[in-house]
Ligand binder design. Structure first.
Ligand code: GLN
Length: 483
């Protein structure tokens, strides 16, 4: 039998149910890999509580649906009594008083949180190098970044430190690291999953979603976290229950191909792998249709007004008084705020707060924020129009594979470009999944499939059929070599 850490979450659940494995064995096997954390995937482990909960579940005659299978959780989600920092010094040592709805739902269903994963500070970044606790390394090549901001959640799954994990995606932070680490990552329709307990970055964009090694695991995970929540009035849940996908072909599926995202700015190797995946889709019965999203070229500039504007408001709560870091020895309140925030926030977070505060200043509000909102509407309208003639839209997830550590840290514009393919979909609030579709110079390439709002089931079915046809091996060769 395979090692417990090689099994998908679905296989682990089945093994526990069949009495072939215990939850304690699963939790121990994963914790052993978490404790030997060569990739810096985790910021905190929940070892004792996880082991205790596994014993409890093993003692139950009637197992909960998720049967005591481990899960890793992005440190942007608050977990009661378990240190939660959002990758920031500002929240060093912070122990929340409650647990995020999505995590609580998983725990109720019998999943066990093994630890909190590393991330760019307050989810701002594309490489996990903005973490105050050091970067996460890519399990395919430890000289490269895992993507971001949910880099730790992606590397934990790629490195078999958890069969699945939760991330959050504002402009691409689930899909891009999934692509760079060779796994599946999914951003649900805006409003499908409760944001209660997700430390806010840009509230009109933030969504929690799954990372896994198979599309079926990602769908299963989403089925437990989606749904209305009285604690988040923007959360409406999905319109139909998530079905674990079973499709084996794509007959009758019309896939729109965004040619703008397949041209200049996209690496040749990425383009070749994506084209090959699209050929396979055609063999499975899909029809490929070129689509135009003319306003998507404004996606990045729109996002970098709106997201910083929202972040500047959301991060005002870190004032050194209510919680988190508090500067010592200040003389008055203003100085206390200033020193606390100067000491607690990193450079990228400060850059965003300044940008956002500027864009919202009364004299500039309409020229920047108002205009960006109008362009956001245009971008969403382009998608509506495209979905009149296609069922799904395909593109690369990221214009390049994982880049070397420190290669973009001095060039924020270059870093921001990592999200050109994911941001327009976020601005439109649509569901989108990245699946691994091949390699470029030995590093994984992601294919992004997106659909109309609430089309999760159709999206998962198509991704599942394509995943089987591609047959990508999610085991990083570097991991085998190191073992
Ligand atoms: N990389 C983008 C940013 O830095 C997206 C981040 C995210 O989705 N949280 O804003």
């Amino acid at each position: 039998m395979s090692a417990p850490t090689d099994l998908t979450a679905t296989q682990q659940i089945a093994a526990v149910r069949a009495g072939e494995m215990t939850s304690a064995e699963l939790v121990d096997a994963h914790l052993a890999r978490c404790e030997d954390d060569r990739w810096n995937s985790y910021l905190a482990l929940n070892a004792d509580a996880a082991r205790a909960r596994a014993r409890e579940i093993d003692a139950m005659a009637d197992k909960p649906p998720l049967a005591g299978v481990p899960i890793a959780v992005k440190d942007a989600l608050v977990t009661r009594d378990l240190v939660t920092t959002s990758g920031s010094r500002m929240l060093e040592g912070f122990r929340p008083l409650y647990t995020a709805t999505c995590v609580a739902r998983l725990e109720e269903a019998g999943a066990i949180v093994v630890g909190k994963t590393n991330m760019d500070e307050f989810a701002m970044g594309s490489s996990t190098e903005n973490s105050a606790y050091g970067p996460t390394l890519n399990p395919w090549d430890t000289g490269r970044v895992p993507g971001g901001s949910s880099g730790g959640s992606a590397s934990a799954v790629a490195a078999r430190q958890a069969p699945w994990s939760l991330g959050s995606d504002t402009g691409g932070s689930i899909r891009q690291p999934a692509a760079l680490c060779g796994i599946v990552g999914m951003k649900p329709t805006y409003g499908a999953v409760s944001r209660y307990g997700l430390i806010a970055f840009a509230s009109s964009l933030d969504q929690v979603g799954p990372f896994a090694r198979t599309v079926a695991d990602a769908a299963l995970l989403l089925s437990y976290i989606e749904g209305r929540d009285p604690m988040d009035s923007t959360c409406v849940g999905l319109r139909e229950p998530v079905c674990v996908p079973t499709a084996t072909d794509l007959s009758g599926v019309r896939i729109g191909v965004v040619e703008e995202l397949m041209g200049e700015g996209t690496d040749d190797g990425v383009r070749a792998a994506v084209r090959e995946a699209l050929d396979r889709a055609e063999h499975l019965g899909a029809t490929l249709v070129p689509v135009e999203l003319p306003n998507s070229r404004h996606g990045l500039s729109t996002y970098y007004i709106l997201a910083p504007a929202e972040c500047s408001a959301n991060l005002a709560r870190f004032d050194g008084i209510r919680y988190g870091h508090s500067s010592a020895d200040t003389d008055n309140l203003t100085e206390h705020y200033e020193r606390t925030r100067a000491e607690g926030f990193g450079a990228e977070v400060k850059r965003r707060i300044m940008l956002g505060t500027f864009a919202l200043a009364s004299g500039y509000y309409d020229a920047y924020y108002g205009q960006a909102q109008r362009v956001r509407t245009r971008i969403a309208e382009d998608f509506d129009r495209a979905f009149e003639s296609v069922d799904l839209i395909a593109s690369p997830t990221s214009p390049s594979v994982a880049f070397p550590l420190a290669s973009r840290t001095d060039d924020p514009m270059h870093m921001y470009l990592s999200d050109t393919c994911t941001i327009p979909i976020s601005l439109a609030g649509l569901p989108s999944v990245s699946i691994p579709c091949g390699l470029d110079a030995g590093m994984p390439v992601g294919l992004q499939l997106s659909g109309p709002a609430f089309s999760e089931n159709r999206l998962f079915d198509a991704a599942h059929a394509l995943e089987a046809a591609i047959g990508f091996d999610t085991a990083p060769p570097a991991l085998e070599a190191a073992a």
